[in-house]
Write a protein that binds this ligand. Structure first.
Ligand code: 5AD
Ligand code: SF4
Length: 475
């Protein structure tokens, strides 16, 4: 797959328009079959925020086709599974979730099942569905979401099973999105990845990096803010390289500043950053712009230069720590988080200890750690030096022993302080509490009524734990 010119990165507007027309035709057909009692759609989204954002587009198309949302798959006539492939565990889960829906279809053969996302983009997985899961009506890769109306139309009229996995990854603008929470929004600014970290499946299943035009992003951001969005997360596999392919001369820091200029009371976040592209300019934007949350997720993956090289990360520990030092000195009270892979092929005890040293130096607010999982087709899957399972598990536990007390200490710095918190949702564990977040990604629980959801409130932190905090609203 080569880079192509900018315009080739787009699905032709006319093609998207035809699909949207097809969706309306499906809506007529649905009405013919079901009358006023609209049939339901259900989407099971696995994996990352990018998948969540994709599912919002899938939901938008479902509603255009006349379906109504349900969170109960057994009452749905149209079921989607949006799969993930980042680690083996995610794929096992996806396969088991798809299997669960077979029973629903056994009961009611008119149910239509579509499977999308990163897992099905891999030929061997699509083949497995083709041969072993005949109850799945259609499969679509992450570049084929815009084709859903046609795929559903075909399934409803008894057409052959379809497999849209030609990996023709482009940007399709103007697909409607349905967001469950008006106050929180994902906003994709780019798709795909060019980095080919040696362990990672993403570049193979989401294609090459392509950025949306800044005007399209600004238009969407404005609509979201006018619609009440208070917490917007800009999404991309590597947001720091935003704009390299647009020819507009607008890089990620410029884009953030432009969004901050939109009127309204909102907080801007972003995910994910690659350290090799994290610029001083971006750190300055974070330091200067009040609307940018003071949180930087900067995955390091390992604290050993040798392992970073084998991972094809294009930075060393010294370079990474220089970014961290700059961040800490420029952005007051910044929360920093990271991803770590434990037991990458060839990781020695000495390499692992270097990772622990790095964690103790940086003192992250939160670390998301994963045991290395070989992915078919990636260079790391062919590397020597597999770390035995017992050693991986032991290292993972030791990592937690270092990371968790630091998280507790980092959350403790807010004790007695008042933070500006967006009340997001009812607390999942304790009735009468709401859960929200300040700049730091850690959830904060506090007593309040549902009328506060979607509003910023001042919360005084009264308790700090490893993974969350508690507080009280200050009048
Ligand atoms: N095995 C384990 N962890 C992985 N990640 C990506 N690929 C793998 C893999 N093959 C982790 C990285 C990345 C996060 C999203 O998932 O830490 O930053
Ligand atoms: Fe995967 Fe590396 Fe791209 Fe992140 S930057 S999606 S880890 S290849």
């Amino acid at each position: 797959m080569d880079k192509g010119t900018f315009n080739e990165k787009y699905v032709d507007d006319k093609i998207v328009l035809t699909e949207l027309e097809t969706a309306k035709k499906v809506a007529l057909k649905i009405e013919e079959i079901y009358g006023a009692d609209r049939p339901k759609y259900y989407i099971n989204t696995l994996g990352c925020q990018q998948n969540e954002a994709d599912s919002e587009r899938i939901a938008g198309l479902c509603e255009l086709m006349g379906y109504e949302y349900t969170d109960d798959p057994t009452s749905a006539k149209l079921i989607f599974v949006n799969t993930c492939a980042i680690r083996e565990h995610a794929e096992i889960r996806a396969i088991s979730v798809i299997g669960e829906y077979k029973h629903i279809k056994d009961e009611d053969p008119s149910v239509v099942i579509g499977v999308g996302g990163c897992m099905v983009t891999q030929g061997h997985r699509a083949d497995k569905i083709k041969r072993g899961m005949p109850y799945v009506n259609f499969v679509f890769d992450t570049g084929a979401i815009y084709k859903i109306p046609e795929l559903v139309q075909n399934a409803l009229s008894g057409g052959k099973r379809r497999f849209e996995t030609e990996n023709d990854f482009k940007i399709a603008e103007n697909i409607p999105a349905v967001r469950r929470d008006a106050h929180k929004a994902w906003l994709s600014i780019m798709y795909g990845c060019n980095n080919f970290c040696s362990y990672c499946i993403v570049p193979y299943v989401r294609g090459r990096e392509r950025s949306r035009k800044s005007d399209d992003i600004l238009k969407e951001a404005k609509l979201l803010i006018e619609g009440g969005a208070k917490d917007i997360t800009l999404l991309g596999q590597n947001v720091n390289s935003y704009g390299k392919d647009t020819g507009e001369g607008v890089d990620f820091a410029d884009l953030m500043r432009k969004i901050c200029r939109i009127d309204g009371d909102f907080r801007l976040r972003f995910m994910t950053s690659h350290p090799k592209d994290a610029s001083d300019k971006l750190i300055e934007a974070m330091a200067e712009e009040d609307k940018i949350a003071k949180h930087f997720h900067l995955p390091v993956q390992s604290g050993s230069d040798g392992i970073l090289k084998r991972m094809n990360r294009h930075y060393d520990v010294e370079k990474y720590l220089s970014i961290i030092d700059k961040l800490k000195s420029s952005v007051k009270d910044v929360s920093i988080t990271s991803d770590i892979i434990v037991a990458f092929p060839g990781e020695t005890e000495d390499d692992f200890e270097k990772t622990l040293d790095l964690l103790k130096y940086v003192r992250y607010d939160a670390v998301f750690s994963f045991i290395y999982s070989p992915r078919v087709g990636t260079p790391a899957a062919k590397m020597d030096g597999a770390v035995p399972k017992e050693v991986s598990r032991e290292r993972f536990a030791r990592l937690m022993d270092v990371v968790n007390p630091i998280s507790l200490e980092r959350n403790g710095r807010f004790l007695g302080k008042t933070l500006r918190v967006l009340a997001e949702e009812p607390c999942k564990n304790v009735e009468g509490l709401l859960t929200g977040r300040a700049d730091s990604p850690r959830p904060i629980h506090f007593p309040a009524g549902a009328d506060v959801i979607g509003k910023f409130v001042d919360v005084k932190i009264t308790k700090a734990e490893t993974f969350s905090m508690n507080g009280e609203i200050i009048k």
